[in-house]
Design a protein around this ligand. Structure first.
Ligand SMILES: [Zn+2]
Length: 742
């Protein structure tokens, strides 16, 4: 019966398409405008790519290579012509597909590459036979960036160029390489050979040992340190200038500009350990209270060092932009350093706290003399730089630094850590959160033109392999790509999600890992009252391996193929593997066999809402909240963080929940930081601990009537709290007002 219905549906499909002038295309990021015209363009016999513009020859070569990957012959007859049309917006393009051939006209080389990306994605959908259409497209933002931290962990030339391939496909046009930090210097500098001779290598640090420990405990090769990055017991690696030239060329062909970052004057331990004389104490620096000790800004040799390094960077990187970091400087060493004191005195700086701004202005001057534009983290916003210097806003908890940057006239790239930091933990809600973030929402109208772009940043402390980078980066980065390119009024999360599966398959084919959605059909904690059949929903393209004996699922563990019968309390461990046998996150799901908890027999007289108590709490566990001083107490009709509650937040909501019938009820909390939900004194949702936004779920069997309810939540820097019930498919159901009493 089902089969015949399916056949019928398939038979109807071509008719439906013919009637609809707009066949479904799965392009990410969504183009500005697509106009369908009569006919189709048949690429079955192959294409011939050409241009009359010698500047576009690398784009011709790139398109030919791309078409071969997509299995289209380039020895055929259908003409694909590339040109630059000066009248178009700089990064925009026009892609015209007619039965007679394909014409690409970009406002620039980059625009031509963007058209190539669109064409490739159309071909994925309509292999060899494309509906005729005209696409006129241009980006919302000129700066559509990705930052890769190659210092905390090093990534090879091949891994970087593979990322560039993906960037080009999604019209991301700036690859910001975080080349230097405390943990390693990654670029050959000929005038200071020890920077890579010593500074590119380190003894295993705590992040390395954490990765190695997780790799062992969870049998997860994504955490193992790659052997090609270990030499004589030291971890490291670097790019020679020749290798970097290759990366730059590769990126240029694909319309991607490499923006180098040399972080100064902080995050410089790799420098100081290679050249100790550049530190205030002459001994090579160390870790301070929060950050590492910086370069000695009283030492003239430091200035000549920085200029020499930047000079080689200027010569190597064609980009007009040079990122000089400027973030997270531990300034204590400057307070006690006679050279720094002398610098403060000679330049009338008033105090060591003003040394960094002076230094940044000096570096900016040097960059400008060499026709380069400084980019820095938002800490530089108040350093008195010239207007053209670009500020990268990352501290979303510090809106004042964004405001300062805009008021000082700086162009701003938005990379708020809450939304655009790609190394952060993720759950099923993360993709929507990243997609729906509107970068313009933080900027008042007169300054909106100052936002030149957005950027996703991948810090690599906890990502030692490219597999782990992929799982952190994708598909979040595609959401950022759409926010960067597509006008906000055209964006639509459901539409984005419906276009996504094709792209995930292509990422997989290209050898990239990505995060699978959570396995559906189970909560984190599941109460059963008797033998239960559990049907799991396996994400597309994934093979789900599981265990019921407490061991870690491996490729040799059973594959989930049919519903599981659970008879008693147990722990189910789940892990999805991709087509290359690379595992995703390990998920532990608990089943508890329990009876229904009885309702309270003699119901007290109750009022609506829960009694909430707000404590001045700065700890890290829900159970300690009410040991902190009490700030206030009030009645809440629902679970939320009330507007007047801020600072160190510890909230305890107490009362009762009224349930309409006997049943197994499921609850969730979604919080940053920790939360927990108790019913009749039993912990149903355990979402405790310091963490970013995370959802946890749990169920409990309850008789009809009134049950004790308690929810705890804490946060130290402006978090989020949501809670409610969920249905079998994990959809959220808010508590109704009649449910919660006190
Ligand atoms: Zn000093």
């Amino acid at each position: 019966m089902r089969k015949s219905f399916l056949l019928l549906a398939l038979a109807l499909l071509p008719v439906a398409c013919a009637r609809n002038k707009e066949p479904e295309l799965n392009i990410i990021p969504l183009p500005l405008g697509i106009e369908y015209v009569e006919g189709r363009c048949d690429l079955g016999d192959g294409v011939i790519v050409g241009t009359s513009d010698s500047l576009l020859l690398p784009a011709v070569a790139y398109l030919e290579r791309s078409l071969k990957i997509d299995d289209i012959s380039t020895d055929g007859t259908v003409p694909v012509t590339l040109s630059i049309g000066k009248s178009r917006p700089g990064q925009g393009y026009r892609l015209s597909v007619r039965p007679s051939g394909i014409e690409i006209s970009g406002g620039s080389y980059e625009g031509v590459v963007s058209a190539i990306s669109t064409l490739r994605q159309i071909l994925w959908d309509n292999k060899r036979n494309i509906p005729a259409m005209v696409i006129e497209d241009s980006p919302r933002f000129a700066w559509r960036g990705v930052m890769l931290d190659v210092s905390r962990h090093f990534f090879t030339v091949g891994e970087v160029t593979s990322l560039i391939d993906e960037m080009a496909l999604y019209k991301l046009n700036r690859l910001h390489l975080h080349l230097t930090d405390d943990q390693g210097w990654r670029l050959e500098i000929k005038s200071y050979p020890e920077l890579t001779g010593r500074g590119a290598w380190r003894a295993m640090n705590r992040w390395d040992s954490t990765c190695v420990r997780i790799a062992g405990e969870t049998k997860d090769p994504r955490y193992a340190l790659p052997e090609d990055r270990i030499s004589n017991g030291l971890y490291g690696g670097f790019y020679t200038q020749e290798e970097m030239r290759g990366i730059i060329r590769y990126a240029m062909e694909r319309g991607v500009e490499i923006v180098p970052e040399i972080d100064m004057p902080g995050h410089s331990l790799a420098v100081l350990q290679s050249y100790p004389q550049l530190s205030c104490d002459g001994k090579g620096g160390a870790w301070g209270k929060n950050f590492s000790t910086p370069l000695c800004l009283g030492n003239d040799e430091v200035l000549s060092f920085c200029k020499s390094v930047l000079g080689e960077v200027f010569a190597l990187f064609p980009s007009v932009y040079v990122h000089i970091g400027g973030d997270e400087v531990e300034r204590a060493a400057w307070e006690y350093c006679p050279k720094c004191a002398e610098r403060v005195r000679r330049n009338g700086l008033g105090g060591a706290e003003n040394l960094q701004a002076w230094f940044t202005r000096e570096m900016e001057k040097y960059c400008r003399e060499n026709s380069k534009v400084v980019v820095g983290w938002d800490e530089i916003a108040s350093d008195g730089l010239s207007e053209e210097s670009v500020v990268m806003w990352w501290r979303n908890w510090s809106p004042s630094s964004l405001k300062t940057a805009l008021e000082e006239g700086h162009p701003v790239v938005m990379s708020p850590s809450e939304y655009y930091y790609l190394a952060d933990d993720q759950d099923n809600n993360t993709l929507a959160k990243v997609y729906e973030y509107e970068p313009g929402s933080e900027v008042s109208l007169p300054y909106s033109g100052k936002v030149i772009g957005i950027q996703g940043n991948l810090w690599s402390e906890k990502a030692a392999t490219v597999e782990r980078v992929g799982e952190r980066m994708f598909p979040r980065l595609l959401a950022i790509a759409e926010s960067a390119w597509t006008q906000p009024e055209k964006k639509d999360f459901d539409g984005f999600v419906s276009r996504l599966p094709l792209h995930l398959r292509k990422l997989d084919e290209a050898g990239w890992s990505y995060r699978f959605p959570d396995v559906g059909g189970v909560y984190d904690r599941n109460v059963i009252t008797g033998e239960t059949t559990v049907t799991l929903e396996v994400p597309e393209n994934a093979v789900l391996h599981y265990t019921l004996d407490g061991t870690v699922p491996e490729l040799s563990s059973p594959v989930y193929e049919a519903p599981l019968v659970i008879k008693d309390s147990c722990e189910l461990r789940l892990r999805c593997y991709n087509s290359r046998g690379v595992p995703g996150e390990l998920r532990k799901v608990v089943f508890l066999r329990r009876d229904y908890l009885p309702a309270i027999q003699s119901e007290p007289v109750l009022s609506d809402g829960l009694l909430a108590r707000w404590y001045d709490f700065a700890g890290s566990s829900c159970e300690d909240i009410d040991k902190a001083p009490l700030n206030d107490s009030f009645v809440c009709r629902n679970i939320c963080i009330p507007d007047n509650v801020s600072g160190n937040i510890g909230l305890v909501f107490d009362g009762y929940i009224h349930l309409p019938s006997d049943g197994v009820y499921a609850f969730y909390t979604y919080s940053d930081d920790g939360s927990g939900l108790w019913i009749d004194g039993e912990l149903v949702v355990d979402n405790d601990g310091l963490h970013s936004r995370e959802e946890k779920t749990g169920s409990i069997a309850l008789r009809k009537g009134l049950h004790k309810f308690s929810l705890r939540y804490f946060d130290s820097n402006g978090g989020i709290l949501e809670a409610g019930m969920t249905d079998d498919e994990g959809r959220h159901i808010p508590f109704s007002e009649e449910m919660l009493k006190h």
